[in-house]
Structure formats: structure tokens, C-alpha cells
Write a protein that binds this ligand. Structure first.
Ligand code: ZN
Length: 73
């Protein structure tokens, strides 16, 4: 008789056991899909940087405070 190959040694039970997209470690339940708060923060930081795309700051003398934005209230 062969030993049946199912869940190896009482695995986690839930979740396919993904890996942290940043460092490749096993994800932590509290920080999915990351392995730790650190990786989650890193990713968040990247995301924020990408979200807040800063347009050229070289030209700051155009439509700054002209007053053409008050329409309605
Ligand atoms: Zn990680």
C-alpha cells in the first residue's frame, strides 16, 4: 500500500499558499497577499507614488491661482 498523497502534513487548510509578490515568501494571512506588513507598506508606497503622478513642476507659472475655477459656488 502506498501512502495517499493528499494535504502534506496537515497544511494550512485554507488558501493555496500564495507567495509574497515582493519577496517571494509565503504570504501572511493578515497581510495578504504579502508576507508581512513591511512588504505591504512597500507596495502601498509604490502604489501611492504611481497614483500621485506629479506633473512637471518645472512650469509653475501657469494657471496657478488665476480664479477661473470658481464657477457655481
Ligand atoms: Zn514579502
Amino acid at each position: 500500500m502506498k501512502p495517499v498523497d493528499k494535504a502534506p502534513g496537515g497544511g494550512p487548510g485554507q488558501g493555496p499558499g500564495r507567495l509574497c509578490p515582493l519577496c517571494g515568501k509565503t504570504e501572511a494571512h493578515d497581510f495578504r497577499p504579502f508576507c508581512s506588513r513591511r512588504c505591504a507598506d512597500i507596495d502601498l508606497g509604490r502604489w501611492l507614488r504611481g497614483a500621485y503622478v506629479v506633473p512637471d513642476q518645472s512650469d509653475t507659472s501657469e494657471e496657478g491661482e488665476g480664479g477661473a475655477g470658481f464657477s457655481g459656488e
